[in-house]
Design a protein around this ligand. Structure first.
Ligand SMILES: Nc1ncnc2c1ncn2[C@@H]1O[C@H](COP(=O)(O)OP(=O)(O)OP(=O)(O)O)[C@@H](O)[C@H]1O
Ligand SMILES: [Mg+2]
Length: 266
């Protein structure tokens, strides 16, 4: 579904700040894969998502989505089939608009409304109500509340709903629960797994939580210095202990896993 062939990206070339952020990275993702991505600080995880989304064009290599070569397709065109969530819960929603208006925007943007004049129909409103109800946060009764008044967890759950209200071909989650309190993080993670499963969405999720990475989805990648140094399927990742995995990472990366970033606890 997604095929990345040996992509590289250097920031600030020929300057003192030159940084090779992606180094001949290749990756093949099958439809329905739910892949977690772990790695130390500055490993290139977010940059990989930017390359997939088309925030910049790669210096070399090619990107295919569903066999279409999108290497030089700009981000706004790729946005139609890519949903993306960031760490910051404020990023995915418009604070001065109501819950309903935010959902309407996401719905219209995905271009799936049946209305002739890009308007939200009564039927669309019913869909919003049912989808919000699924979050079990009572937001369906607060449709006309401005999003700025919601908690971080509520906003992130709403962002998740907006990114998936029309199921995208590919969902990119960049540490989307990292800025939330533990309870809200757990709730958003639960919703993520449910939504991804229900729609069989192809999903890549960056996390700095080792256990979460190893127990979510069907495959785990470890990144270091712009490369994928470990790529484990479900069977492989379940047979190693945490210590063995850290040892493998060390071998592949030629350095310790940055413990500041990777949370090793339960
Ligand atoms: N727009 C940019 N301009 C210049 N340098 C950048 C840019 N984006 C990323 N970088 C650099 O590329 C490297 C990879 O950054 P990236 O954000 O992809 O890391 P990451 O793996 O997501 O790290 P973290 O776990 O801290 O989020 C870093 O050294 C970063 O400073
Ligand atoms: Mg990052």
């Amino acid at each position: 579904m997604l095929k990345i062939e040996s992509i590289s990206k250097t920031f600030n070339p020929n300057t003192i700040n030159e940084k090779l952020a992606l180094n001949k990275l290749s990756l093949k993702v099958d439809t329905g894969d739910f892949i977690t991505i772990l790695g130390s600080n500055g490993a290139g995880k977010s940059t990989l998502f930017n390359a997939i989304s088309g925030n910049f064009f790669v210096d070399e290599g090619r990107v295919f989505i569903d066999n279409d070569n999108v290497t030089f397709v700009p981000d706004f065109k790729r946005a139609k089939y890519i949903g993306r969530l960031f760490q910051d819960p404020l990023k995915g929603t418009a604070p001065n608009m109501t819950i309903e208006e935010n959902l309407a925007l996401a719905f219209l943007r995905a271009g799936k409304t049946k209305s002739t004049f890009s308007k939200i129909s009564k039927n669309d409103e019913n869909i919003f109500y049912e989808k919000l109800k699924m979050l079990e946060m009572g937001l369906e009764e607060r449709m006309h509340t401005k999003v700025g008044a919601l908690s971080g967890g509520q906003r992130q759950a709403l962002s998740l709903l907006m990114a998936t209200i029309v199921p995208p071909k590919l969902l990119l989650l960049d540490e989307h629960t990292a800025a939330l309190d533990p309870q809200a993080a757990e709730k958003v993670m639960f919703l993520t797994k449910r939504i991804v499963e229900e729609n069989n969405t192809t999903c890549l999720m960056i996390t700095h939580h080792l256990k979460q990475g190893l127990h979510t989805g069907n495959r785990t990648l470890f990144m270091s210095d712009g490369k994928i140094i470990l790529d484990l399927n479900e069977e492989e990742r379940s047979k190693y202990t945490t210590n063995e995995l850290l040892e493998k990472f060390k071998e592949g990366a030629n350095k310790e896993l940055d413990n500041d970033r990777i949370i090793l606890s339960e």
